[in-house]
Design a protein around this ligand. Structure first.
Ligand code: 5GP
Ligand code: ZN
Length: 122
């Protein structure tokens, strides 16, 4: 991932979404994270949960980012409930690197639900 930007701001699409320089449908935000609707939803509910802090991906996670990550995952069930997918079930995905098709190098958790999801994924 060395070729990807590691600093915040700059060229990072999701940093721009956080800064509201690029419009998005934000469903939740606080001092540590933002959740917004994916522009190309793959399910009736498809949110992206991101830390405000620019972290390129799982491979770049540092111990001092513990708070950001745990907060994001602790908020996720609340968003699932608010979106009405908690009862039926939902899927959370973090794509990492080329084989997984990661296309934005600001750590994000996909939250997908509202339809039956196949396994294994494609
Ligand atoms: P990845 O493929 O890196 O796991 O996920 C990136 C996700 O970001 C994709 O699902 C893609 O549809 C979404 N995405 C890309 N550009 C934008 C954008 O400008 N706005 C929003 N809301 N989502 C985006
Ligand atoms: Zn970023």
């Amino acid at each position: 991932m060395a070729e990807q930007p590691t600093g915040g701001g700059g060229d990072c699409l999701f940093c721009k979404i956080i800064e509201k320089k690029i419009p998005s449908k934000i469903v939740y935000e606080d001092e540590k994270m933002v959740a917004f609707e994916d522009i190309q939803p793959q399910a009736p509910v498809h949110l992206l949960l991101i830390p405000r802090k620019h972290i390129s991906g799982l491979l770049d996670l540092q111990p001092e980012e513990r708070e950001e990550i745990s907060h994001l995952f602790l908020t996720l069930p609340r968003l699932a409930r608010e979106k009405g997918i908690a009862e039926r079930g939902f899927r959370t995905v973090v794509n990492s690197g080329k084989d997984a098709g990661q296309s934005v190098f600001h750590l994000h958790v996909h939250l997908l639900g509202g339809r039956s999801l196949r396994w294994p994924p494609g």
